[in-house]
Design a binder for this molecule. Sequence first.
Ligand code: UD1
Ligand code: CA
Length: 448
Amino acid sequence: MDTAVIILAAGKGTRMNSTRPKVLHEVGNFPLIAHCIKTAQSIDPKKILIVLGHGQSEIKSVLGNAVNSIDFAIQQEQLGTGHAVGVATNELADFEGNLIVLFGDTPFISARTMTKIENECKQADLVVLGFHPQDPTGYGRLVTNNKELLRIVEHNDANQEELAITLCNSGVMAGSAILIKKLLKELDRNNKNNEIYLTDCIELADTEGLNSTYLTCDPTEALGINSLQQLADAEKRFQQTARSVALNNGVHLVAPETVFFSLDTDLGQDTIIEPNVIFGPGVTVGTGCKVKAFSYLEGCKISNDCNIGPFARIRPGVDLSDGVKIGNFVEIKNAKVAEHSKINHLSYIGDAEIGENTNIGAGTITCNYDGFNKHKTVIGEDVFIGSNTMLIAPVNLGNNAMTGSGSVITKDVPAQDLAIARSEQSNKKGGASKLKALLSRKNNLKAE
Ligand code: UD1
Ligand code: CA
């Protein structure tokens, strides 16, 4: 049977105490909503529908084109989770498969759990994902009779006995679209918050003789984010998981607790990551690489057997082929570097293309920006750039060319040529001794 996933993301997130829409707050450098989309996509559903309200245009523009297979439904007024699902099902008029509802503020539901829920829908009319949080405050409680789920009572509406229940609602609910649509029509706002609660579907189903059940997941999977404190807890949890995944995939993290990942970080086997390395969004690193301490990488593709850092800054648009070396205090942006080339010390390389086996000397700078436009530097194969060369872009250097140290290169250098662009040296015979004597006389006069 087909499955459609509905993600609720219309709420204001008042408890975040922030002007940013809640689902745009980030964990692992990606907005919460992106984590939910990844969860939804894991079961390859027929449809993904996101319910937006507060901050809808901001959310749409952040998601941009990345989500062309996703539809949006707009909830003009946030009347509660039941109302939000109703807005979504209005857009799914002809859909007769199963629905899985996810909350945009609950980002860690795993692919495994999604599959379990999908399967459980074959056994029961409604399926809810429960969990035992460390602190159940704020969560709805599952009132059960063995595996049967009788109703869900919200924290604010619960009596003492119900508050003592430790099995809580993650927010994930699933069941046939036809049934859920029918139940939603019967919901009221008879609760302390005066909202239409999705959770009330369970009691309604029970009174109609239908059977609801629950599954449980690890409490960290069901972590709901309502405050910045919970966001910080979520970040911690995300990093811990990402580190374990990397270690299990054969990535050697020397000090795992000091390495920070993004949701899409992809590291190859036998790559070694030294302490205090940060992976911003969009980083792929191949196999057998070494990323040395205190390096910061974002938006880059690093092939196999590369050596990065220590203290390297790899910025968006960098593409390094196999065996490339980027050393200490090198910043590199929007640059393609071919096999076995080296930029080992104290350089800035931006908007450049570098051929294979080229050596970029210490302190080399591509002067790519004239205050208005960015210009490109193209360097061929087997080129030797002398230390402290300024390459004033746009400029091209042919294969096997060389530049003398300290040169300011303003014109193209043909293949095989040596360019030297610095003022010529002149040695004054005995000049050092004469100068010292003169300075010392002057100082003595001053002291008297
Ligand atoms: C909800 C559940 C609670 C559960 C908890 C898990 C209900 C009534 N309560 O409580 O049982 O333990 O999540 O984290 O379902 N939203 C809309 N439109 C609305 C209202 C909410 O789209 O009109 C969205 C929010 O943006 C959010 C999600 O639904 O992503 C959950 O809403 P929230 O207000 O955070 O519910 P909780 O109080 O956390
Ligand atoms: Ca919530």
